[in-house]
Write a protein that binds this ligand. Structure first.
Ligand SMILES: *Cc1c(COP(=O)(O)O)cnc(C)c1O
Length: 359
């Protein structure tokens, strides 16, 4: 069976991801890491990580230990893998076994790592994350005294995360940068990292020694509302299952919410919310046939949804034909805007149900 003839097809352009990495890395005098959490934002860490390593990426971030263990097999030994959530209680030995570097976010994680260092009688590297105002992860003001005694831990990186980097004029950016500069004094001489994708575009004052982009690598626009310098990396094509003609007053989909105003042609395509396609696109999303946009009509079902293809040549929209849900005509950020969410959620929710093709 040719799996690519059935169901939908997700195409990931590894060349575009490599180009995006090169562009971002070239913006700073320092180094550039790649954030791999959530299976490389849903695109497949197994393919994306080696492609970025070939492009010269030597530092990777995952969210969880399990992701990092999987990543360790995929990149050269000398690559550094940081785990953003740090070591949960009892896991320090797993970090050591797989040569993973924890990001330490609070005193308990520091203790977990120090205990292992003490037991092994050697220094262990770690990144230290400081909370500069987001109140999510990192040493909070009340925790800072714990950094006074790092014995056993070698701080390899000091980092923080910006809450509003995608809003360049937001006063939080400058406030967090200043706070970072002042707190960094606790760890003199340690390489620093502050910028996620959007942070890179706030300018050199935010770059420090290591950039940490995720989204921009995968084609999400780091500067919403402005033209993106990055390449789209993902396209999603559904297949037509069935086409029908409907009359005025006929309804389409669950809840009978879409009532046809006249004679229309409706194509049912093979993608639904169980594929990770946002149900909020019901009645407001779009698809494209050879660059011509057509509306999603009625509710998105579990495995399918309806498109109004009245304006399209009937010979083009037949069972088995492909229609674009995301790609050159419909960039991920546009799909996200129609769904009422952000490109990050659109990508990370794309299910494992698609036939995947890597370019
Ligand atoms: C997710 C994440 C990043 C990457 O953010 P993007 O906006 O996707 O570039 C960087 N740093 C931390 C701490 C993160 O959690």
């Amino acid at each position: 069976m040719d799996a690519s003839r059935a169901g939908a097809q997700l195409t990931v352009d590894l060349g575009a991801i490599r180009d995006n990495y090169r562009l971002l890395a070239g913006m700073s005098k320092g180094a550039c890491a790649a954030v791999m959490k959530a299976d490389a934002y849903g695109l497949g860490m197994e393919q994306v990580a080696p492609a970025l390593a070939l492009e010269g990426c030597r530092v990777f971030f995952t969210a969880h230990l399990q992701e990092a263990i999987a990543l360790r097999q995929l990149v050269p030994e000398h690559c550094v893998i940081y785990v953003l959530h740090g070591p949960p209680p009892g896991t320090a030995k797993d970090f050591f076994q797989y040569d993973l570097t924890p990001v330490l976010n609070e005193p308990g994680q520091l203790q977990e790592w120090r205990r292992l260092a003490h037991k092994l009688g050697r220094e262990l590297p770690a990144a230290i994350q400081l909370d500069t105002g987001m109140s999510r992860m990192g040493f909070a003001p009340a925790d800072l005294s714990a950094l006074g005694d790092l014995a056993g831990v070698r701080p390899a990186l000091v980092m923080s995360h910006l809450a509003c980097a995608d809003e360049p004029d937001h006063p939080m950016n400058e406030a967090q940068r200043r706070r970072f500069d002042s707190l960094r004094g606790l760890l003199p001489g340690v390489p620093a990292s502050l910028a996620n994708s959007s942070g890179v575009f706030l300018g050199p004052g935010y770059h420090y020694d290591l950039l940490r982009p995720g989204a921009a690598l995968y084609g999400i626009n780091p500067q919403p509302g402005r033209p993106t310098p990055l390449r789209q990396a993902v396209s999603l094509h559904a297949r037509v299952v069935q086409v029908r003609s409907v009359c005025e007053g006929d309804v389409v989909g669950y809840g009978a919410h879409h009532v046809c105003a006249g004679e229309r042609r409706i194509a049912t395509v093979s993608v639904g919310y169980a594929d990770g396609w946002q149900r909020s696109l019901s009645g407001r999303g779009q698809a494209a046939v050879d660059g011509v946009i057509v509306p999603i009509v009625g509710r998105v079902s579990m495995d399918s949804m309806g498109l109004d293809v009245t304006g399209i040549d009937p010979e083009r929209v037949v069972p088995g034909a492909e229609v674009e849900l995301m790609g050159p005509t419909l960039p991920v950020d546009d799909v996200a805007a129609l769904a009422g969410t952000i490109g990050y959620e659109v990508l990370t929710r794309l299910g494992s149900r698609f036939h995947r093709r890597y370019l």
